[in-house]
Design a protein around this ligand. Structure first.
Ligand code: G3P
Length: 215
């Protein structure tokens, strides 16, 4: 079944989604942490305490040696930490080194199937294609998911497709139809997935009619 992650650093959103019983993990990035206005270390401690599933924390350096050092420190924080590394040649070196040591890596900023192939070959546990940002510039993001899914099916790679930069519920349906392993969602997209106008109408009728039943 497709796993659902929240793409946020907002603790209230994570707490709410976790209470619904459908949250499998969390992805963060520097932009999302900056939005909270809180200290990075406090945000991360809160997330790790709330969710027992993979929590992606991104390195903030761009040279392999520094990424490896930072990745090791992040991985030491908690067993659930997944180190998020950018899809660059320096990133590939860091993915190879850290994955060889047993650190789980989520490769971020993936925009093509070729980049996903390289990340998987280097040893990444997850590849994160950003479909919304491709859609934003007029290229069909879901086509990249289609290609990666087809390619990964051909090989025995232990690498999961984590669909990122999701903009709306239709992206979730399309990704799941293609067999993507994970979707990481802004909270508003997850909330929209719970809603349907006919559910509201139907519920109101049940509640009203129950009042008419002699008790
Ligand atoms: O966290 C990575 C990705 O999901 C970011 O999405 O909305 O900034 O394109 P977005």
């Amino acid at each position: 079944m497709v796993k659902i992650f929240l793409d946020t650093a907002n603790i209230d959103e994570i707490r709410e989604a976790a209470s619904w019983g459908v949250l499998d993990g969390v992805t963060t990035n520097p932009t999302l942490v900056a939005k909270t206005g809180r200290k990075w270390s406090e945000v991360i401690q809160d997330i790790l305490a709330l969710v027992d599933g993979p929590i992606s924390l991104e390195v903030t350096t761009t040279q392999a040696e520094e990424m490896i050092k930072q990745g090791r420190q992040l991985a030491k924080l908690h067993k659930n930490v997944v180190v998020k590394i950018q899809m660059t040649t320096e990133g590939l070196k860091a993915i190879k080194a850290l994955s060889t040591e047993g650190v789980r890596i989520n490769t971020t900023l993936i925009f093509s199937a070729n980049q996903a192939i390289l990340a998987a070959k280097a040893g990444a546990k997850y590849v994160s294609p950003f479909i919304g940002r491709l859609d934003d510039m007029g290229q069909e993001g879901m086509q990249v998911i289609r290609e990666i899914a087809e390619i990964f099916r051909n090989y025995d790679w232990d690498c999961e497709i984590l669909v990122a930069s999701i903009r709306h519920p239709l992206h979730v349906i399309e990704a799941a139809k293609l067999g993507a392993d994970i979707v990481t969602l802004p909270f508003d997209v997850l909330k929209k997935m719970t809603q349907h106008a006919l559910t509201d109408v139907g519920l109101k009728r049940f509640v009203d009619d129950w009042q008419k039943v002699p008790k």
